[in-house]
Design a binder for this molecule. Structure first.
Ligand code: ADP
Ligand code: MG
Length: 424
């Protein structure tokens, strides 16, 4: 396939003849394309994903479409999201290490196509959490991934010019940012046409939230930060559906929403998805068998944040090579405590903002367009609504009171009280 060829969507039938010439693919899975076994995965919302197996191995081919796959041609979306996904993957691998994201074998910009490692027997983390599986490594792996990518993509680490150039490159991912800006920060808080919620059960609470001035002001402050605080290259869609796991491995996929934004955004979105998994457990419970899972999920929140803080602090002390918090002002003149004081301030800001992003992420998954399977797979509507109600109240508390919340102990204790029905 030549670079100049006009874009054409792949199909299961055309993929072997169209990609047989891609050496990086053929050499890895075997060159006899007639014998390739091609399967479309089909659970992506935006793009085409194929698994291709040959006699020597396997690979995944992910191709963007000029529209949103889930909705169809009525919702156009630029092919260049594939370009941003490719560039984000290469940066994440460089910053967080090989084995944190799928290995990339080939990228074709004109065809908006990425050939990458087929992760197997990995499953999507969200599915595993719905089934009640306790993954032993996710907190540590995800805490490290976030600290390393967010620190090393910022002016704490990069040379100022290199970072500004990269910022300019990702600034063109405006259409995907626009999706987040609308779907996360604005649509949930008014009667946007694409919204839906469990109705009529949630109608009263939804009306209350949309009339909640403090909540709407916080949501807009968070949107302001999302749009204006271009401090690091964020994944941009770091939820449990963008993570594939085994008991011993954690891989982060699908960074097509990547752009330069606030560090706290990835952290808040991820923790929000653990809290939603927590509040959804009773919808999947049989005979009280999810109590240990609930404890596990709150523990994952605590450990993820703790690993993130520890690794971020380690990088701060050992890799602060960017223009910010210049060592010449602190360590080099015998004032390491000054650098520690600055670190505390930076981590405190991430903490407060992370809680806000977590709050609105929870709301948009229950009130907006893109719901998550944790709640959606609870078939009984009254039961689902009870789970969602608890999560909505918890999310409101995080978003509105974030400046006053001091610890995850305090927050998880509130989650337990809400879950047990001890909070109005
Ligand atoms: P979209 O951006 O369209 O949502 P994703 O990147 O999330 O697409 O991929 C959709 C699905 O394809 C994932 O949920 C996962 O099941 C599967 N998938 C994607 N990339 C890989 C991979 N590298 N290895 C194995 N499965 C993958
Ligand atoms: Mg995606």
């Amino acid at each position: 396939m030549s670079k100049a060829a006009a874009f054409q969507a792949l199909t299961v039938e055309t993929l072997p003849t169209r990609l047989v010439g891609v050496e990086a693919l053929a050499s890895r899975i075997g060159g006899d394309s007639a014998s390739w076994d091609v399967r479309e995965v089909g659970d992506g919302n935006l793009n085409l994903v194929f698994i291709v197996k040959g006699d020597k191995g396997s690979a995944v081919v992910k191709q963007a479409l000029p529209y949103v796959r889930l909705v169809g041609e009525s919702w156009p979306l630029p092919l260049k999201r594939s370009f941003f996904e490719y560039h984000a993957l290469t940066r994440q691998e460089a910053r967080a290490g090989a084995g944190t994201v799928p290995a990339i074998y080939h990228f074709d910009e004109a065809q908006a196509l990425i050939v990458m490692e087929y992760l197997t027997p990995h499953v999507i983390l969200r599915r595993a959490l719905i089934e009640g599986r306790q993954l032993p490594k996710i907190a540590r792996d995800l805490g490290l991934f976030m600290a390393r990518t967010l620190f090393r993509g910022s002016d704490l680490s990069m040379k100022a010019r290199a970072r500004k150039e990269d910022l300019a490159l990702f600034a063109d991912n405006a259409e995907l940012c626009d999706i987040t800006e609308s779907l996360v920060f604005t649509d949930p808080y008014y009667e946007a046409t694409l919204n839906r919620h469990t109705s009529p059960q949630l109608d009263g609470l939804v009306a209350e939230l949309r009339a909640d001035r403090d909540l709407k002001v916080e949501a807009q402050k968070l949107k302001h930060m999302f749009a204006a605080n271009a401090e690091t290259l964020v994944h941009g869609d770091l939820h449990s559906g963008s993570i594939m796991v085994t008991d011993s491995e954690t891989r982060i996929i699908d960074p097509e929403f990547a752009f330069y934004g606030p560090m706290a955004f990835d952290v808040g979105m991820l923790l929000a998805n653990f809290w939603m998994a927590y509040f959804s457990q009773s919808g999947h419970e049989e005979d009280g068998d999810r109590e240990a899972m609930r404890g596990y999920l709150l523990g994952v929140v605590v450990e993820t944040w703790s690993v993130f803080r520890t690794e971020f602090s380690h990088l701060w002390r050992n890799e602060r090579t960017g223009m910010l918090y210049d060592r010449r002002l602190f360590e080099d003149r015998g004032d390491p405590l000054g650098a520690e004081q600055a670190l505390d301030r930076v981590l405190h800001d991430i903490w407060i903002d992370m809680l806000g992003f977590a709050g609105v992420e929870i709301h948009r998954r229950i009130l907006g367009l893109a719901h998550n399977a944790d709640f959606e797979t609870i078939a009984e509507e009254d039961l689902r609504a009870r789970c969602e109600t608890k999560a909505l109240k918890f999310g409101r508390h995080l978003a509105v009171n974030r400046h006053r919340l001091l610890s995850l102990d305090e927050i998880n204790t509130l989650a337990i009280r809400i879950e047990k029905g001890n909070v109005a």
